[in-house]
Each structure stands twice: as structure tokens, then as C-alpha cells.
Design a protein around this ligand. Structure first.
Ligand code: 5GP
Length: 189
């Protein structure tokens, strides 16, 4: 028997999600950030460093909005110990494949929450002799900050809610949403 499309559960219109930032809002802001970075880095060949996995989606859209020569690299870090709360313990799970001495680095992160992960990462990259280290973050959950982090290029300030979509997950789910949403009831997944 044929199944009508109405019977297939949609992840994009899941009732447990409340849209906070639409696809259009995100893409419009990315174009603005890309134009700013294009202007600031003209002729400098910056190295964009994406923090896996969440920032990949933002990074791939952002770098196509930056019209200057650039390179890309990825790092994976974990700020969580055994529990799901930020512990302050930061581990590098995947390091850069190239030396960064003398390079202009632009770290790309999905969300800054307590700031523990980024303050560690930025200090670590500066200690490797980079010419400059700047930070681009799509979201700033400023109310929860424990460690001061300077965000040089920011997408949006957001209130203290757990958000998913556009790279951000809940137990690996929801990364594929083209928008950012508040997960209303985490117990429902
Ligand atoms: P921080 O060290 O700033 O507390 O942690 C930042 C990391 O925590 C982010 O890269 C992200 O992986 C995770 N995180 C913080 N807030 C949220 C949120 O609202 N939703 C999701 N999916 N991850 C978050």
C-alpha cells in the first residue's frame, strides 16, 4: 500500500522544537559576517579553523561568503568530563594538521556558552605563535559565561535555552535542521 507523505514524521516540523532563528535569518547574518571578514582580511590568507562537529555547517556557509584567499583546518575538542555538564576539563581530540606560526587564524565555533572551551582553545592557539587569533561564533549564550571570551564576529546573542539545529545536536540528533530551535522537552529527545 502506498504511504502518503503526510504519514512520514517530519524532523523539520517536530512539535518538540520551537524555532528561534529561521534559515533566512541565519543565512542573511552569515552574508553580513562574510562581508566583514572579507573586508578585514583582504590579501592576508587567513586560516579558518572549524571546531568539530557543530561548527561545520556554519563554517561551510560562512567561508563561501568570504571573498578572499583562505585555508581551512579542523579541530575537535571536548570540554565535558564524564557528565554532560561543562567540567572545565578541555581535551584536544583532533589537532591541526599544519603549523600555525605566523598565520592569521580565525576560529569558527557554533556556540559560546560558559566560555571554558574557547578560552582554552584560543590561549592554546596563541601559544603556537600565530600572528593573530580571532573568533567567529554563530551564537552567544552570554548569560552563562564563566570565562571571559572576546567574540570578534558574532551571529546572534541568544537567551539561556538549550538549542539544536544547524549543526547543534542533542545526542547527535537535529544537526541537519536548516534553522535553530529550542528543544522544548529534552526528555522527548
Ligand atoms: P562552553 O565551553 O562554552 O560551555 O561550551 C561550548 C560547547 O557546548 C559548544 O561547542 C556546544 O558543543 C555545547 N553547547 C553549549 N550550549 C549548547 C546548546 O544550547 N545546544 C547544544 N546543542 N550544544 C551546546
Amino acid at each position: 500500500m502506498a504511504t502518503s507523505s503526510a504519514q512520514i514524521p517530519s524532523e523539520f516540523s517536530n512539535p518538540n522544537l520551537e524555532v528561534l532563528l529561521s534559515e533566512e535569518q541565519i543565512q542573511t547574518r552569515i552574508k553580513e559576517l562574510g562581508a566583514e571578514i572579507t573586508h578585514d582580511y583582504a590579501g592576508r590568507n587567513p586560516l579558518l579553523i572549524g571546531v568539530l562537529k557543530g561548527a561545520c555547517f556554519f563554517m561551510s556557509d560562512l567561508l563561501r561568503a568570504i571573498d578572499t584567499r583562505l585555508g581551512i583546518e579542523f579541530m575537535a575538542i571536548s570540554s565535558y568530563g564524564s557528565s554532560t555538564r561543562t567540567s572545565g576539563e578541555v581535551r584536544i581530540l583532533k589537532d591541526l594538521d599544519v603549523p600555525v606560526e605566523g598565520r592569521d587564524l580565525i576560529v569558527i565555533e557554533d556556540i559560546v556558552d560558559t566560555g571554558l572551551t574557547l578560552s582554552y582553545l584560543l590561549a592554546n592557539l596563541k601559544s603556537r605563535g600565530a600572528a593573530s587569533v580571532k573568533l567567529v561564533a554563530l551564537l552567544d549564550k552570554y548569560e552563562r559565561r564563566e570565562r571571559e571570551v572576546e567574540i570578534d564576529y558574532l551571529g546572534f546573542k541568544i537567551p539561556d535555552h538549550f538549542v539544536v539545529g544547524y549543526g547543534l545536536d542533542f545526542a547527535e540528533r537535529y544537526r541537519n535542521l536548516p534553522f535553530i530551535a529550542v528543544l522544548k522537552n529534552p526528555d522527548l529527545g
